[in-house]
Each structure stands twice: as structure tokens, then as C-alpha cells.
Design a binder for this molecule. Structure first.
Ligand code: IMP
Length: 431
């Protein structure tokens, strides 16, 4: 059994929790794209643990975790996370591997990103996480990147120094600081080098042994560079196919593609957001849902569930079941709305138009449903959910053309309801 877990909205759907909950069923976990722009929150031994780069399954000590070639890795962020995990008593020896083919994020990329007006948080800006992700992917595509494998070579320090000296965005203000930046980065690379390896034989042997893989998506379909709300996107491919490609995992070996969707919508950074709420309802969702970015600490924008957003993600990615998260946050609202489609100039849209000027002007058409007041956070069976809550789920299923397999009713791993009576979910339920 191999599964990919991907985001269907604009990130922050709760992929970390779902990956963590499903982890005991798998032997390998792999990430294939993105960087430490991601923020995956899990509860480990009763305490919150936020991971950015290292797979969320790392706390499952019997699992082998892989960081794939399609990622961009900042050695400093990697080392910081290794230190955090070590402090939390999580042993990493012999079970964490980083592809030598992955490109590096260095101080060059963060400096370039900071200098770009269109990437900042100002009016109309993309509002990136400022982690250097975009510039690192640009360089990789230009075929001039330094890669993880390079840190193991004797000439790496010279190459890094040259690269930083050739960065006007860096030298204009702090040329004298470059030796210190190089030293700091080289120190972090000592740790990264311990985990750098070629993933191909590991994956080949695991496939031959029929070991099971859990592939962990980062960001989400609508943040992907090819299918997302361009230019308000990240620089990687966030589809299940992109995830397989980035890890180096054969797509025809996937059995299940779990699309994670929050029971409402959130977005961090710039870009149109058709169902965004600017009133006290949006504020209430933001507060109760603790909608603060796990990576940047920015308040997330909130809005009603947008079915076209999730439906298109489900179609493009071949989602086999939805994991609906944070349903408990909607308890206590007298009524709830779900956007069924958009209207623009008399035309009906069931997907996000390609042009963000059009998307900014669509009129969302809503289905209004009665809310529920019962506390659902301690429920563990689908049929125990209040009728209005079941109705809300069924409406989402109808509008997204997807079945819900997993429902999350709180942050703790046990606050999870498995619904579908397939072998896969029955096995999950036993854990
Ligand atoms: P970048 O990935 O830092 O280049 O940021 C591009 C856009 O993607 C910005 O709007 C970010 O807020 C958003 N973004 C990147 N990673 C995540 C994530 O993990 N969750 C939510 N939004 C993200």
C-alpha cells in the first residue's frame, strides 16, 4: 500500500496531522517538493511539534524518511530542525536521508528574494515566506545551482564563496560579512553532509521488497506553479504527480491519493480569494481555528469552503478520498455557507479562471446550510456526528465529487474519524 497525501486548497489544511496519523501503516515517508516554507504541525507526546523541512512522520521511529531531489534545502534550516528533533529525543540515525540531487538554498537566495518587489507582502505582492525558495528553484532550472551532494566535495567552500560574492543583492550592503556567512553555512553543511545520499538505491530496494510508502505533499494544489493561482503561488509543483517526480517514486505504484481539505478555507500571503470573509464570522474562524501561519506567524485569511477550489484539485490529482480537517472549528455557527460555483459576466465557472484579474472579480454562489451546536471533538464514529454536520459533509462531497474518508475533529491524533470501509481504512482504524 502506497499513498500520497496532498493539499487541495492553499496550504495549511492539516497535512501534518494526517501524515502523522497514517504513518504507522507505512515503512517509508518521503517529501518530494518545496522547502522550509512549509509548516507541518503535529502533536508529539502531547506537545506541539512544528516541522518545516523534515517529514512529519519522523517521530515514528521505525520509519525511514526521505527528502527528495525536487526539494530545495537550506542547510541552516535543516540543521536547526535536526537540533530540535534531537532535543525532543527523536533518534535520526540511519533513518533520515537527503537526496544529493536536491538544490541548495543559500544566503544568496534569501538576499535576492528580499530585493524583489513583486515577491514582498506589499500591495499586490505574492507575499512569499522569504525563505529563498523561488530564487533557488530559478537557479536550479537555469542549471547553475549548488546541490546537496556538492557539500561533500572539497571545493564546496570556494564555490559557495564565489556564488555569494557574485550576488549584488548581498554584496551591496554586506560584502564584508560574506566570510562570516560562509563560515555559518559551512558549519550547517557539516550536519547536512551526514544525511546526504543518493536516494535511487534506497527507493529501488524498497520497491523491490514491496515496502510501503507514504508520500507527503507540501503547500497545495492551488499554490503549485503549474496549476495554482499564478503568480500568487510557490515555485514548485504541488500535485501528486509533482510529488512523485520530486521524490523519484513511480506514480503507477500509488494506490491512494488522499486530498486534505480544511472544512473552511484559509490563505496566507497575497492573491485573490473568492470566499474570503472580512466580517466577524471570518474573525471568529481565525480565532477559534488558531489560523496563524506555522512558518511565518502571519495571520491567515479565512473564508467559507470553496468547492470549485477543492473539486479541481481532486480531479487534477486523481484524489481517491478527502481528509476533511478542522470540522470541530465550525461547531456553534448558526449557519454555514459553501461556495458551489462562481459567476463572471454571466458565465458559470466550476474552476478558478486562469487570469487572476478575472478571479478577483468572480461572484461566489453559495449554498447555505444550518449549523450544529453539539461538541464533535470527542466523537470517533462517522454516524455519531450530528445530522447538520453530516449534511455539511455530504454537501461538500456532492459539490467536490469526492468521498470523505477521514474526518479530523481536533489536533490530537486520536481526534480522527475513519469512514470508508475499505481494507485501507479498516487497517488505519486499528492503529
Ligand atoms: P514561497 O513558497 O515562500 O515562495 O511563497 C509563495 C506563496 O506560497 C506565498 O503566498 C506563501 O504564503 C505561500 N506558501 C508557501 N508555503 C506555504 C505553506 O506551507 N502553507 C501555506 N502557504 C504557503
Amino acid at each position: 500500500m502506497n499513498a500520497a497525501i496532498i493539499g487541495t486548497q492553499w496550504g495549511d489544511e492539516g497535512k501534518g496531522k494526517i501524515v502523522d496519523k497514517l504513518a504507522p501503516f507505512f515503512e517509508y515517508n518521503g517529501r518530494g517538493e518545496g522547502a522550509h516554507n512549509a509548516g507541518h504541525t503535529i502533536i508529539h507526546k502531547g506537545e506541539e511539534l512544528v516541522l518545516h523541512l523534515i517529514p512529519s512522520a519522523i517521530t515514528h521511529l521505525e520509519m525511514i524518511c526521505l527528502l527528495g531531489s525536487g526539494m530545495v534545502i537550506d542547510a541552516r534550516a535543516f540543521t536547526k530542525e535536526i537540533e530540535l528533533l534531537t532535543t525532543r529525543g527523536i533518534s535520526l540515525h540511519g533513518r533520515l536521508f537527503v537526496s544529493m540531487r536536491a538544490a541548495l538554498i543559500t544566503p544568496r537566495h534569501t538576499a535576492i528574494e528580499k530585493s524583489r518587489k513583486n515577491l514582498g507582502a506589499g500591495t499586490g505582492g505574492v507575499g512569499t515566506t522569504m525563505r529563498g525558495v523561488g530564487p533557488a528553484y530559478e537557479e536550479h532550472r537555469a542549471r547553475t545551482a549548488l546541490r546537496v551532494g556538492d557539500v561533500t566535495k572539497p571545493d564546496f567552500k570556494i564555490k559557495l564563496t564565489h556564488s555569494l560574492l557574485e550576488t549584488p543583492e548581498l554584496t551591496a550592503t554586506s560584502r564584508a560579512e560574506i566570510p562570516a556567512l560562509v563560515e555559518e553555512y559551512m558549519k550547517a553543511c557539516e550536519t547536512l553532509a551526514l544525511y546526504a545520499t543518493e536516494l535511487e538505491p534506497i527507493i529501488a530496494n524498497a520497491l523491490q521488497d514491496r515496502s510501503s510508502f507514504e508520500l507527503e505533499g507540501a503547500q497545495a494544489h492551488n499554490l503549485g506553479v503549474n496549476h495554482g493561482t499564478y503568480p500568487y503561488v510557490t515555485s514548485s509543483s504541488c500535485t501528486a504527480a509533482g510529488l512523485c517526480e520530486g521524490l523519484g517514486f513511480p506514480i503507477n505504484r500509488l494506490d491512494s491519493i488522499v486530498g486534505v481539505a480544511k472544512a473552511y478555507t484559509t490563505r496566507v500571503g497575497g492573491g485573490p480569494f473568492a470566499t474570503e470573509l472580512f466580517d466577524e464570522v471570518g474573525q471568529r474562524i481565525q480565532t477559534i481555528g488558531r489560523e496563524i501561519g506555522a512558518s511565518t506567524g502571519r495571520a491567515r485569511r479565512t473564508g467559507w469552503f470553496d468547492a470549485p477550489v477543492v473539486r479541481q484539485a481532486a480531479i487534477t490529482n486523481g484524489v481517491t478520498e478527502l481528509a476533511l480537517t478542522k470540522l470541530d472549528i465550525l461547531t456553534g455557527f448558526s449557519e454555514l455557507k459553501i461556495c458551489s460555483h462562481y459567476l463572471l459576466g454571466g458565465r458559470r465557472y466550476d474552476h478558478i479562471p486562469w487570469d487572476m484579474n478575472d478571479y478577483a472579480n468572480v461572484e461566489p454562489v453559495y449554498v447555505t446550510l444550518p449549523g450544529w451546536t453539539e461538541d464533535i471533538s470527542s466523537l470517533r464514529r462517522f454516524n455519531e456526528l450530528p445530522e447538520n454536520c453530516l449534511n455539511y459533509i455530504r454537501t461538500i462531497e456532492d459539490l467536490t465529487c469526492c468521498q470523505t474518508g477521514i474526518i479530523s475533529v481536533g489536533p490530537a491524533p486520536e481526534q480522527t474519524i475513519f469512514r470508508v470501509n475499505s481494507d485501507f481504512f479498516e487497517a488505519m482504524d486499528e492503529h
